[in-house]
Design a binder for this molecule. Sequence first.
Ligand code: URA
Length: 435
Amino acid sequence: MEARAIIAAKRDGKALTQAQLDWFATGLASGAVSDAQAGAFAMAVLLNGLDGDERVALTRAMRDSGEVLDWDLPGPVLDKHSTGGVGDAVSLVLAPALAVAGAFVPMISGRGLGHTGGTLDKLEAISGYRTDLDAAALACVTRDVGCAITGAGARLAPADRRLYAVRDVTATVESLDLITASILSKKLAAGLDGLVLDVKCGSGAFMVDEDAAHALARCLVDGAKGAGCPARALITDMNEPLARSAGNALEVANVIGLLTGAEVDARLWDVTVALGGEALALGGLAADAEAGAARIAEILSSGAAAERFARMVAAQGGPTDLLEAPDRHLARAPVVAEATAGTRGFVTAIDTRALGAAVVALGGGRRVETDRIDPAVGLDNLAGIGTSVAPDTPLALVHAADAASAEAAVATLRAAYTIGPVPEEPADLIRARIA
Ligand code: URA
């Protein structure tokens, strides 16, 4: 087999076989396939598409391009993936809650992409927390604590790391087929018994349009099932941030507030509970999603998830007293500025992508891969859709490294909020369930 023939077949609209895709993924991982060939392959797939069987075959091939974890544990191995949003710290709450319910969660997570936040960046805001666990350490923390959250490292799905970097510079990131294989290959390499997918739609999501979110959810669920992993997806609203905080240390503080009951954001709670319910049903730990959701809510309310989160943080190198003394371990920005509404009325719409971009501009995300993140910066106390405001009501607090970046963020925030004379009903949070 050779790369040129495989690329030519897809260029000419032919279906690729499992053997061809295995060969290509192995070549991506080993370096036998060049960057030029990887780019040509990605463009041929983007232009001519993959059918359902090819999508599953590419997912399997990329999953198997590196190590695939194998578990012998007294409970199902479950995970969740989100397509990304603003103020979306569900993973930090859900992983420990699932562990308390009897699941094992070796969560392979990513960094912020574009305007969206990344789970690894949030956790790295905790002093000492390590996101680079190797397979042995991941296995150890997962077995001992019930959950671990780390990056994919060099050994899981190496074909994806290579292809993703090439897609990024060849205008082929948008291919639904390549997105599906990319997301699933990393997740399934963790040896899962079940995967729940949170596919966001709305102004802060990559899929703004609900139909596009449906199409991606369908590809992901069918792709995972085809590759042998039971899966379900929720389509959830991202027309406003999921919580009042956006920014790494601020979101960790917000999560601690939810886990301890000190400050609970209803949207973050509801999405976590809904996804957790689906996951428990998938893993056979609940009769159905509704019963599973009730169990997750009980676990969160009882403080058991908080205790499990604290154990995970300590097991991954973080402090042992994060929940008792979060301010000691989470960086604080030197400048805090109010962005006031400037007018009277109700919040009727939010350009959530602009809020995410404001966090990136403050230094809370990356513009290029080598950018260093400032964990302290971001937005807090974000007003939600439907909030009644007067001219001096804060829409949010901006946490910034200096006065100039705070001022720029305040201007972005004001522009991102639409204030109207009559209240608007917020969109449904859970739009659809895809099995
Ligand atoms: N996340 C991934 O891991 N891969 C993609 O292609 C898009 C989002």
